[in-house]
Design a protein around this ligand. Sequence first.
Ligand code: AHR
Length: 550
Amino acid sequence: MEKWIKKIMQFGGLFLFMSCNQPVDVVTIDLSREEAEIPPSLYGIFFEEITHSGDGGLYAEMIRNRGFEDGTLPSGTVLKDGKAVAKPLHCYSNDSINHFSIAWNDSLFMESWEVKCVSDTRPPFYEITEVKPLNNATPHALFIDLGASASDVWVMNDGYWGIAVTEGQRYNFQFYLFTEELKNTVVTAALLDREEQIVVSKNFQIERDGSWNHYEGTFTVDTTANDLRFALLLPHKGKVYIDFVSMFPENTFCGHKNGLREDVAGMLRDLRPDFVRWPGGCIVEGLTMDNRIKWKEMIGDIVKRPGEYNLWGYRSTYGFGYHEFLQFCEDIDADGMFVCNAGMSCLFRNGDYWEEENRIDNLIQDALDAIEYALGDTTTVYGKRRAENGHAAPFPLKYVEVGNENVGLRYVKNYNRFYKAIKEKYPQIEVVCALMFSPYIQEAEKIDILDPHYYETAGWFYNNADVYDKLPDDIPYKIYVGEYAAIGRPSLYSSLAEAAYLTGVERNADKVQMVSYAPLIENAAHGKDHLLVLKNDSVYGRTNYYVLKM
Ligand code: AHR
């Protein structure tokens, strides 16, 4: 029998060939020809806070709208007729006035929260207020006049489309209360099921009145569920302010406090990316200049991080901040690429820009400070800050990108200034130019790396697998395709199309030295068509994730 199996294996191809009359495709492999060497830097990842990739995604925070700040207007806008309206400033690309605005609703302040009385009768009075700020960066808090309620009061949070827990795991939570007339009473923190039955709880004795007090505890759960709510049970007497309610699984990726989800971060680590580009993307540019990402607000105590409306339709907590990004790079042995604002907001939004020398100088200084935070020793201002935040050794920052998807002369002028200042102080940093295909490239004094983006149809990727064969041999900079994707829902077809395109990248890897797919992660509840799809209790990769893994 075994002999026969061997024979069939040996001649299997021949039998197959004889048994069907199909034309035969021939693949010739010429081992004598050498193509470009693949640089270790070739495959990386690009993370942007979009479709809840961070908050409600990679970032392990389980309470949504933890600081009651979600209704805060995007910086640089004012509320007018139900819209957040940007100042009518000229757009940097063509001097038009974009009159940018988005629909806005104050109810966002209560996003994911519900206040009700336990007996389902007369609810308490509650509102979001700035009267008792926990700190200046996060001025809003939830005020409740508990005495106005018919019975004890539940303050409940849905998390990011339900709170998921696993039997036997521990979850660390915290909250702040400012109480009036609550001294010597008990407040209960609990996880509730959909019938409002307590799954697990912990009591806290309120000891001090008339000031903000911090409470923290741990739940150990003996069930697995994905539709729980976090709740505080308060007595129906007195008045209370609540702020910064937060809960994390004790097990986070590499065990960091304020850490990342183990399963999601593990999927990214498994791609073995050589670098991580962060934090964007359009959110680096912002709806307006004021709305741009500000890394200095993304380090240190998470209670004091203000967050910002992130132009993809929700507010970022800034919890997965600059420090956490650098820590993630270190954890997965990748180089960091920090993207900074180049003095202009997104041209598809308000597009306003800064041109005064001192304002651009400040932005350049901000980028230099970011580099110092990552690389400086502890005698430097920002190196010291990094050490205070728990990491004395430098982080692996290798690249800085100036802007994102920019066009025109205004950009190039700023880019030249950034380039010079960065190289003078940090010659080892490779500077990435974000100019999209543009004649103004001639005006750039020096480019280390150029970052064009490709969002095209699957057919385009198939038909343009040779696009980089046409690059001149003496191209004076490296190419980094920072964002590419076949548009639409990834399928086997589009994944193969992207794979075909990547063969062209690899064939020309002496010129195209880096590449990263975009966007990386989606929360299924906020769904789009991204590489990794997650829910509160699971994550999977689409077919193109596996293309990249191969
Ligand atoms: O990946 C989503 C967006 O697409 C990025 O923020 C931007 O750079 C590109 O236009």
